[in-house]
Design a protein around this ligand. Structure first.
Ligand code: C2E
Ligand code: MG
Ligand code: MG
Ligand code: MG
Length: 287
């Protein structure tokens, strides 16, 4: 409510804040309905082994086609889901749907699913993962969970305990977006990750910025020294790919290979012939 003391600035801002809060509340209600009505969907983005040039798995990325606002990307609604607690239901929906999809892929292909730190805080994520795998008939070794340092920030001991239980069931654990936020090397001493994903901001800058390039090099050598799979996300050019190959990166992901798409759009290509991307790249070079 506007203050009567003449500081008009409050009059100006408060209605705008109200509108934002109302907008958020409306979105939250819409999201609750979308989860219940199964109207979210998942796009998949291939992860390619740099040596063999073959698709080794897909990352599940959730999307929401809002009836009035159109297609919404995770950065538009995951924060709302996290603040409202809806992330528990949303996360379970993604896990169940993605595991069901992945159970139909050729066995070597793996599935990567992103987990929010909030899913560690408020629910039994081990139970949720185990049930999703069992119901889909997907072996745990074909699932990889991508987490960020946020899992350690609130309560590191609890985060490590839950990750350890998950890993004991046979699923793999990847550290996502490494190099941003509160990334700390000590996480790699506290927990045996299977994979580290280099944040795409470094890949975007590595060809024209010596610092970004040195950071990429350092993360790759850290990962290799710890015997981890090292993934570069956001690879958009052949030059980046060449550089990453020389530096010893093991997997790449990015628009150069494919944007995230509905899994049906990969049918007859990578799903049956994982070398598709190498061929496709060669073709696009000739074109
Ligand atoms: P992320 O896990 O780091 O996923 C990679 C993001 O980079 C995706 O954005 C992907 O579309 C984008 N990307 C991939 N290749 C390229 C490229 O070559 N260039 C550029 N510019 N971007 C590229 P998206 O799909 O918008 O997802 C954003 C973030 O939302 C994800 O980042 C992840 O943290 C989160 N997210 C997505 N799906 C889920 C989910 O099911 N659950 C949770 N908790 N978070 C999710
Ligand atoms: Mg990810
Ligand atoms: Mg990432
Ligand atoms: Mg990211």
């Amino acid at each position: 409510r506007a203050k009567a003391d003449g500081r008009g600035i409050f009059r100006f801002f408060e209605p705008a804040m109200d509108a934002m809060a109302r907008d958020r509340a409306a979105l939250e209600a819409d999201l609750r309905r979308a989860i219940a009505e199964d109207s979210l969907h998942i796009d998949y983005q291939p992860l390619v082994g740099i040596e063999a040039g073959r698709v080794e798995g897909f990352e599940a990325l959730v999307r929401w086609n809002h009836p009035e606002r159109g297609l919404m990307m995770p950065d538009d609604f995951i924060p709302i889901a996290e603040d409202s607690g809806l992330i528990i239901e949303l996360g379970e929906w993604v896990l169940r749907k993605a595991c069901t999809d992945a159970a139909r892929w050729d066995p070597p292909l793996k599935l990567s699913v992103n987990l929010s730190p909030a899913q560690f805080a408020y629910a039994d994520i081990c139970e949720t993962v185990a049930r999703a795998l069992a119901d889909a008939g997907l072996p745990p070794k074909r699932l990889e969970l991508e987490i960020t340092e946020g899992v350690f920030v609130q309560d590191a001991e609890r985060g490590i305990a839950i990750l350890s239980r998950l890993r004991e069931t046979g699923v793999q654990i990847a550290m996502d977006d490494f190099g941003t936020g509160y990334s700390s090397l000590s996480y790699f001493r506290q927990f045996p990750f299977d994979k580290v994903k280099i944040d795409r901001s470094f890949i975007a800058d590595m060809l024209h910025n010596g610092q970004a390039r040195s950071i990429v090099e350092a993360i790759i050598s850290l990962g290799r020294g710890l015997n981890l799979e090292v993934v570069a996300e956001g690879v958009e050019t052949e030059e980046q790919l060449d550089q990453l190959r020389q530096q010893g990166c093991t997997q790449v992901q990015g628009y150069l290979i494919s944007e995230p798409r509905p899994i049906g759009q990969f049918a007859g290509s990578v799903l049956s012939d994982p070398a598709w991307t190498a061929e496709r790249r060669a073709q696009s070079r000739q074109a």
